[in-house]
Design a protein around this ligand. Sequence first.
Ligand code: NAP
Length: 353
Amino acid sequence: MKRVALLGATGSIGLQAREVIDAHPELELVAASSGSQQLDGIAPLTQVGGDPVQLLEQAEPDVVLNAVVGFAGVRATLWTLEHGVDLALANKESLVTAGDLALAARKRGGGRLLPVDSEHSAVFQCLEGRDPETVDGVVLTASGGPFRGRNRSELADVTPDDALAHPTWNMGPKITVDSATLANKGLEVIEAHFLFGLPYDRIDVVIQPTSVVHALVRLRDGSSLAHLGYPDMRVPISYALTYPDRSRTDLPQLDFTSGLVLQFEPVDDETFPMLGLARRAGQAGGTYPCAFNAANEVAVAAFLDGRLPFLGISELVERTMDDVDGAAAADLNELVEADAQARRLAEEALVAA
Ligand SMILES: NC(=O)c1ccc[n+]([C@@H]2O[C@H](COP(=O)([O-])OP(=O)(O)OC[C@H]3O[C@@H](n4cnc5c(N)ncnc54)[C@H](OP(=O)(O)O)[C@@H]3O)[C@@H](O)[C@H]2O)c1
């Protein structure tokens, strides 16, 4: 039996993880947390709101699935890595904002860091057992979101409902808006940098509208390995929770006889500047990725509340990144301070706009 602690148990990933755990007799849900929704005894130990560290200490899990949304997931990521417990990571924001601290904690703790994000799970699987010398780079795919093919002027008046209508994935509201702006792909580029130790110029992004190809790995002899599957997060969740066994699921295999379409397109960087801003943050290093993430969280919440137009999201993030100092954080306290400073600057810019 593997003892699983599930953080963010009421969200989109959390609910799918509960299905996966129910379907695998070798997985036992020993602890679950949420931000504010009730958990109704879904696990022997539960916690609503607050710091999840006490819950984790009590639960003594073999694996923690961190499916909290946003910077709120950082503390649990660092605790899990520091204590050598396996981490199945959906909360990409924690690796984006605390990448250096997380890698140092993993080194000390010695546990596994298993990506749940479908693109990173795909890369992880294509890289397994491969000599890093043979790898030229990775390609993350993006669906392009609901606004693929539009230009900037066509995005001036789009509403939260328009942005929440994702063509291929059914996800929580924050990541769905991030997919519409391509900030999600930007976060994923930074996440890939920390997960796979690759420089930014070896992490490419391409649009693949049906989300059937999740990622590719380019090898030095001219080959590319791709990971394919229907867009269903239960597959990477199951892979991470049952690693290294890859337990059977009853999810459908791809049907190659029903007109699968696998076209690829370049990203329109002019219409969707968030990907470029994320690369800039990643390349600048220090707490710039933390500032990118914090400003984006503020901007997305404001957009969903009707306080900021869609195109204002990237403007607010760019302005915040220009205003922060971006100095590296030596520990979690300094990181929390950098996050708070960026949020403050973003909120001020929002009020002034
Ligand atoms: N959804 C996907 O398909 C998908 C795919 C790849 C990666 N991810 C990543 O997975 C993470 C979760 O995404 P999601 O779509 O599942 O989000 P979601 O549906 O919004 O769920 C978020 C979960 O986090 C909890 N939470 C929110 N704020 C919290 C706080 N301050 N402290 C503790 N818990 C808190 C929520 O609890 P309440 O319900 O009580 O608010 C909920 O359980 C994100 O980092 C996202 O980028 C998601």
